[in-house]
Design a protein around this ligand. Structure first.
Ligand code: E4P
Length: 218
């Protein structure tokens, strides 16, 4: 499973990259706003800065909701860097845009996915990535991981090449369960990635090893 970091924060992106396990970055308009990145030129410059930090797929989301607008925005985003993946919402014009981008050699990430039916449509349209939002489904008292498993089964049976990108990750267990359910990629906040490191027995064991070493060395 590939690891993407889900943030527009350059320091956090660097920290995850320096772990040596990072395959890409996802952003969305809320994450950009959280970093105070506003205005077309600043947004484009920020995507460029992310592309310069990480050699991997970088999702950049369109704001338009009509076909023509999405195509124009997506083309401009794709020109920033060859690693840009255009993030398109799961709406009717979004599906048409994904088909157009796919036919014109521009890679896409279909976002805001909450059902298997939407996953089938996105794959048929030629999406490169599909982003089911696990955490937001869990927040509604449904099971986000169950959706990942269902889509994973459908894509295997049908031979679809769209990669399942588990998004809206809230904790380290989501990452483990997404891997188990067949996600190809998991995009995670830095805290969830770092949370994978934690186990009290590791800390206790390391303290013991170091104490024994110190005693033996006098
Ligand atoms: C990433 O591609 C998604 O936009 C993001 O994971 C959504 O996460 P949230 O539900 O925590 O906002």
């Amino acid at each position: 499973m590939k690891f993407f970091i889900d943030t527009a924060n350059l320091e956090q992106i660097k920290e995850a990259r320096d772990l040596g396990i990072l395959d890409g970055v996802t952003t969305n308009p809320s994450l950009m706003a959280k970093e105070g990145i506003t205005g077309h030129d600043n947004v484009m410059a920020h995507y460029k800065a992310i592309c310069e930090l990480v050699d991997g797929d970088i999702s950049a989301e369109v704001i338009s909701t009509d076909f023509e607008g999405m195509i124009a925005e997506g083309q401009a985003l794709a020109k920033i860097h060859s690693n840009i993946v255009v993030k398109v919402p799961m709406i009717k014009d979004g599906i048409k845009a994904i088909r157009w981008f796919s036919d014109n050699g521009i890679r896409t990430n279909c976002t805001l996915v909450f059902s298997a039916g939407q996953a089938i449509l996105a794959a048929k349209a030629g999406a490169t990535y599909l982003s089911p939002f696990i955490g937001r489904i869990d927040d509604m008292n449904w099971d986000g991981i169950e959706l990942i498993a269902q889509i994973s089964d459908i894509y295997a049976i049908q031979g679809y090449s769209t990669e399942i990108l588990a998004a809206s990750i809230r904790n380290p267990l989501h990452i483990v369960r997404a891997a188990e359910a067949g996600a190809d990629v998991c995009t995670c906040p830095l805290n969830s990635i770092l949370g994978l490191l934690k186990h009290p027995l590791t800390d206790i064991g390391l303290a013991q090893f170091l104490a024994d070493h110190k005693k033996a060395e006098g």
